[in-house]
Design a protein around this ligand. Sequence first.
Ligand SMILES: Cc1cc2nc3c(=O)[nH]c(=O)nc-3n(C[C@H](O)[C@H](O)[C@H](O)COP(=O)(O)O)c2cc1C
Length: 203
Amino acid sequence: MNVLIVYYSMYGHIKAMAQAAAEGVAQVSGAAAVIRRVPETLPEEVLAKMGALDAQKAQASIPVCTVDELAQADAIIFGTPTRFGNMCGQMRQFLDSTGGLWQQGALVGKVGSVFASSATQHGGQESTILTFHVTLLHQGMVVVGLPYAFGQQMGVDEIKGCSPYGASTIAGGDGARQPSETELAGARWQGRHVAQIAMKLSK
Ligand SMILES: Cc1cc2nc3c(=O)[nH]c(=O)nc-3n(C[C@H](O)[C@H](O)[C@H](O)COP(=O)(O)O)c2cc1C
């Protein structure tokens, strides 16, 4: 059982969530996670102006995803930062290169799931995940979220991301906040949940 985790992360928040999701996948006997980045679309000078070069270098060892890898996966978990309440352009561009998979029905019946991050608490995590789901549904994927069975998303005792649609983290206006233990637990739970459902579907 091969669960592909494919993400974009400009400053590292989504990368940390991707690693947590992979830990969750690994909790399921017989399931293995593969982590991949989507191709960068911004020139280096723009990334430099955005203060993202160090975070990009830290991810250099993670292979860039190919479209074929999507077809080979048993389940796919996508991670994206919010851009104006939607997925980032790098992820959109990658998804827009999957028309061939759509034509072949290559993703039909595979589990698809999404996690996200945003700078602010109400900056569009839910809209990012829900609008992402539309693409997964066009591809015929079986959409899986983060149900309230992940009980840590209840309560207002702390500022936190995560919703029934998927795990999420709040980076803060200056990006200094790192994913909290609760948010990482949400990503782990989602990874395990996806792997468990994919395992059941494969029987
Ligand atoms: C062009 C642009 C648009 C953004 N739009 C939003 C937004 O709508 N809401 C929000 O809270 N944060 C927004 N952000 C902040 C990013 O979502 C934030 O930097 C990201 O979630 C951090 O995750 P990362 O380190 O994995 O890239 C935006 C950032 C950029 C560069």
